[in-house]
Design a protein. Structure first.
Length: 497
């Protein structure tokens, strides 16, 4: 069979709930057009609402409890195949342009080429001094805890990095390539810092509204620490305006790369497949929480859109899907050998060609620290509660081990903001999803593997420091001085140098 060239455009921290195609106010005309000309999976979930574990699960099609990856300090073993290895076996050139948040010496994991390296620390140690120099006032705002320190409109390191990634992609797509191409273009936006280009921020600041749940109390004891108690209503409105601006800019960058990909395929007389996906979402002020790491919709829902040759147009699939489905889907579409039988993702290729979707439940996992406080921040000796989200039909269960009395059951169709816990009033539904959760839970293995990996991460960091390679791995460091200072329009701002 003729193998199509494939473009996967991946963003970071994009919840579809703010976007045009998801019913939100951020204008996303190109993504909307992809939905009209292709097939979208409207109820797609991350396997884990955190970058490294989500991306590991996407590439391996394995749930975090099998990879053992639940934190940012972890890596796919180089003996674990990703779906990229299967594509290479099928004759593809596999090209990564931009970020994938790989950790450690192996920065490929099945990609045969890499252009435009990542901007995040890629080793086991965090080069705090170097990052402070490279990012200026933004150095702390890449983390959720300090993400609201600098908000507004103007320049940011993320914008310059994403421009670099797109420039490399356009250059690569202008060249001739003999092999069938799998190209993953992966940017950083709309991940915070919450700073959009000035014009886009100004466009949205008078359009955004306060999340209805902004003043809701977070009653779950494990989740209270995520609440930004210092964030007022202006903080939430400004963060949303910046986020919407970054989402629109992401749409613009996708359109630019997709256009170059179209021209590449036309010049080379090749069929094409384009996919847009993100790794997780952003609470963006919902419940006064900013960032991810919860199992609420804004944190764990992601976009998944396919368009191109042979893909049914104008189809919106409302059955739940998973980030782990990407690899199995692409492999079946191009006739490559399937991944091993023990993977957790399934192929959606039959749905893209007009068949009915498989009715199923999907899930997301997270390990929540239970020893926050004086001990928090140490890698070893940590205590964890296993978090599990189960989605079946319109209903969604969120549960944490040892805290089952705080379980949450939501009807996502009638209560998209998840403000009404149906655990008591819909005991029949709760019992059914609770049974599913008990059956699929991998609590013991997840916690055991994570504790093992905590120890390994500490050993690897000490080795890097001793060997003098702590910041020696490839990383993008070319942030200009104009993106190290407070943006032109700025709420709060920082005096950090």
């Amino acid at each position: 069979m003729e193998k199509p060239d494939i473009l996967v455009f991946m963003s970071d921290q994009h919840t579809p709930l703010f976007s045009g195609f998801g019913g939100g106010i951020a204008e996303t005309p190109f993504m909307d057009e992809m939905c009209r000309t292709g097939t979208s999976f409207t109820e797609t979930y991350s396997a884990c609402p955190l970058c490294v574990p989500a991306r590991a699960s996407m590439l391996t099609a394995l749930r975090p409890s099998k990879t053992g990856i639940f934190t940012l300090s972890d890596a796919i073993p180089d003996t674990t195949p990703t779906f990229l290895h299967n594509l290479v076996e099928a004759g593809y050139e596999t090209v990564l342009i931009g970020r994938m948040h790989f950790v450690g010496q192996d920065q490929r994991h099945g990609f045969t080429k890499r252009l435009a390296s990542d901007m995040t620390p890629l080793g086991w140690t965090r080069p705090v001094k170097a990052l402070a120099e490279e990012r200026g006032v933004f150095s702390r705002t890449f983390g959720a805890k300090f993400s609201t320190e600098v908000i507004g409109g103007g320049e940011s390191p993320v914008q310059h990095y994403d421009d670099h990634v797109v420039e490399e992609a356009l250059k690569y797509l202008s060249e001739k390539h003999e092999k069938p191409q799998f190209i993953c273009v992966s940017i950083y936006a709309p991940h915070f810092p919450y700073v959009a280009p000035e014009a886009l921020f100004s466009k949205y600041i008078n359009r955004v509204t306060l999340p209805e749940s902004f003043h809701d109390e977070v009653t779950h004891p494990l989740l209270r620490h995520y609440v930004n108690k210092g964030a007022d209503e202006s903080t939430a409105l400004w963060a949303q305006a910046a986020y919407c601006g970054m989402v629109e800019r992401t749409d613009q960058l996708l359109e630019k790369v997709a256009g170059a990909f179209d021209r590449h395929c036309e010049r080379n007389d090749r069929k094409k497949v384009i996919c847009y996906i993100s790794d997780h979402g952003d609470q963006c002020g919902d419940r006064r929480i900013f960032g991810k790491e919860t199992l609420f919709e804004r944190s764990v829902r992601i976009p998944l859109i396919f368009s191109g040759d042979g893909i049914d147009p104008g189809v919106a699939i409302n059955e739940p899907a998973s980030i782990m489905d990407l690899g199995p889907t692409l492999l079946e579409m191009v006739g490559a050998e399937a991944m091993d039988d023990d993977v957790d993702g399934i192929s959606l290729a039959h749905v893209l060609h007009g068949e009915e979707p498989t009715r199923r439940h999907v899930y997301s996992e997270f390990l929540e620290r239970t020893d926050r406080g004086e001990k928090y921040g140490t890698r070893t000796g940590a205590q964890y509660s296993y978090g599990l989200m189960v989605r079946e039909g319109p209903y969604k269960l969120i549960t944490y081990s040892g805290y089952e009395m705080y379980d949450m059951l939501f009807d996502t169709a009638n209560d998209p903001d998840e403000r009404c816990n149906l655990m008591s009033s819909r005991s029949d539904v709760y019992a059914r999803l609770r049974k599913i959760a008990d059956r699929i839970s991998m609590q013991g293995q997840a916690v055991r593997l994570q504790k093992k990996h905590d120890r390994a991460a500490l050993l690897f960091a000490r080795y890097e420091e001793a060997a003098g390679i702590a910041d020696g791995i490839e990383r993008w460091k070319d942030n200009p001085s104009t993106a190290k200072v407070n943006p032109a329009i700025c709420l709060n701002g920082s005096s950090n140098k």
